[in-house]
Design a protein around this ligand. Structure first.
Ligand SMILES: *Cc1c(COP(=O)(O)O)cnc(C)c1O
Length: 393
C-alpha cells in the first residue's frame, strides 16, 4: 500500500486492514488459526496463500501483517517480518541467509546478545566472523574480502554512541556483493535513513522506541520482498520466532505516536546534553548532537538528529555514579531504552558487566559511565532531577 504519504500519515494509516464491521481502531485478531470455506479452499491456500489469506499465526496474522506493512512503509523497504523479540530479528536476519563456510564482517561494539550470536552461534555452525572497529573505515576495507557474504553493525553503538558510516560501509560491502545488515535501534526508525544510505536489511528491537512504553518484547526485519518472504520468513516461521498478534496490536498503537515521541525525546536529550556539558561533576558528555562529539557531522548527515540517548561520565568513578543513580527521583534505574519514562543505566555493572575489563576499556565503558534514555517527561524537570542527583554524587 505504498502511497505518497509523509511519515506521520503513514504511521497512523499505513497497513490498516478493516474487517466487515468497519472498526476505527486496528482490530486484534487474537487467533492462532483460520477456517477455510471448503476443503478445496484449504488446499488452494496451502499451495499459494493470497495477500490477505492466512494459515497459522506463526506464518502470519492480520494484526501482525498490519504492523509489518506499517513499519515497512516507514522504513522504506518493500516488506518486513515481525519477530518475537529484537534478538529473534537479529538471529533471523543473519542465520536465515548464512551457511557453513560463509564469511561475515561485524563491528565489535555490539549489544551483548548480538555479540553472542556472532561470536558463539555463527562460529559453531562454521561461519567465520571478522570483527572490526566500526568507526574505522580502513578496518572495514581490509576485512571485507571477495566472498564476504554479509556485514553487520549497530548504526549507533551502545552505550558509547559511536556511529558507523552506513553509506561508506555499504559501499565497501557492495563492492564484493555482501549484504549489509544494520541493527538500527539506537538511531530509531524516525531518524533512520539506513536503506536510502545503502543498507539492505534493517532490524529493530521493537521493544524500544516502537513500543515506547516498556510493555512488550518484539522485533522486526525489514528488507526487499525477496529477502523477507524467500529468506527470512521461511526460517522465522519454521523456527518459531514470530511476533504475537497482541504485541503487534500494541506496537501499531506505538507507531501512531512514534514520530512525535522520538522528536520530543531527542529535543529533550539535546537540551540535557547541553546542560550536562561543562557541569563540574561530569567528566565527559557523549551525545552525537553536540558539536563536541567527534562524529557530530556524520550524525547530522546520517540521522539529522543526535538521537534520544545521552551517555556521560560522572566524575569520581563507580561510587559517585552509584550515588548519582540512587539520588534520582524521576529517572528510573533500569536497562530498557526508548521508553516514555526516563531510564538511567550503569553499563559497567549491568548490561556490560560480563565483558572482560580490557574489552570495557577498549569500548570506553568506564566505571563512571551512565547511559540515559531520555523519556517524555518535561525537560526542565529532568534537568532539575539530574542536577540535584549530580550534586549528591
Ligand atoms: C535491545 C536491543 C536488542 C535486542 O532486543 P530485544 O527486544 O531485547 O530482544 C538488539 N540490539 C540492540 C541495539 C538493542 O538495543
Amino acid at each position: 500500500m505504498t502511497k505518497d504519504w509523509k511519515t506521520r500519515t503513514k504511521l497512523v494509516h499505513e497497513g490498516i486492514r478493516r474487517s466487515q464491521y468497519g472498526e476505527m481502531a486496528e482490530a486484534i485478531f487474537l487467533t492462532q488459526g483460520f477456517a477455510y470455506d471448503s476443503a478445496e479452499a484449504a488446499e488452494a491456500r496451502f499451495i499459494k496463500a493470497g495477500e490477505d489469506e492466512f494459515i497459522y499465526a506463526r506464518y502470519g496474522n492480520p494484526t501482525t501483517r498490519m504492523f509489518e506493512d506499517r513499519i515497512a512503509a516507514l522504513e522504506g523497504t518493500e516488506d518486513a517480518f515481525a519477530t518475537a523479540s529484537g534478538m529473534a530479528a537479529v538471529n533471523g536476519a543473519l542465520v536465515s541467509m548464512l551457511k557453513a563456510g560463509d564469511h561475515v564482517v561485524s563491528a565489535r561494539a555490539l549489544f551483548g546478545s548480538c555479540l553472542y550470536i556472532l561470536e558463539e552461534v555463527l562460529g559453531r555452525f562454521g561461519v567465520r566472523v571478522t570483527f572490526v572497529d566500526g568507526a574505522d573505515l580502513a578496518q572495514w576495507e581490509k576485512a571485507v574480502i571477495p566472498g564476504t557474504k554479509a556485514v553487520f553493525f549497530e548504526s549507533m553503538s551502545n552505550p558509547t554512541l559511536e556511529l558507523v558510516d552506513i553509506r561508506a560501509v555499504s559501499a565497501i560491502a557492495h563492492s564484493v556483493g555482501a549484504t549489509v545488515i544494520v541493527d538500527n535501534v539506537f538511531a530509531t526508525p524516525v531518524f533512520s535513513r539506513a536503506v536510502e544510505q545503502g543498507a539492505d536489511v534493517v532490524v529493530y528491537s521493537t521493544t524500544k522506541h516502537i513500543d515506547g512504553q516498556g510493555r512488550a518484547l518484539g522485533g522486526v526485519i525489514c528488507g526487499t520482498r525477496d529477502f523477507i518472504r524467500k529468506v527470512a520468513e521461511p526460517y522465522m516461521k519454521h523456527t518459531g520466532g514470530s511476533m504475537s498478534p497482541f504485541t503487534a496490536w500494541m506496537h501499531l498503537n506505538g507507531l501512531a505516536t512514534l514520530d512525535l515521541r522520538c522528536r520530543a525525546m531527542a529535543d529533550s536529550a539535546a537540551r540535557i546534553a547541553e546542560a550536562l556539558e561543562g557541569h563540574p561533576n561530569v567528566a565527559k558528555v557523549i551525545y552525537p548532537g553536540l558539536a563536541s562529539h567527534p562524529q557530530h557531522a556524520l550524525a547530522m548527515a546520517q540521522m539529522g538528529s543526535g538521537g534520544t540517548l545521552v551517555s556521560f561520565e560522572v566524575a569520581g568513578g563507580k561510587d559517585a555514579a552509584f550515588r548519582f543513580l540512587n539520588a534520582l527521583t524521576i529517572a528510573s534505574i533500569s536497562n530498557n531504552l526508548g521508553d516514555a519514562k526516563t531510564i538511567a543505566t550503569h553499563p559497567a555493572t549491568t548490561t556490560h558487566q560480563r565483558l572482560p575489563q580490557e574489552m570495557k576499556d577498549a569500548l570506553g565503558i568506564s566505571p563512571g559511565l551512565i547511559r540515559l534514555s531520555v523519556g517524555l517527561e518535561d525537560t526542565d524537570d529532568l534537568i532539575a532531577d539530574l542536577t540535584q542527583a549530580l550534586a549528591a554524587a
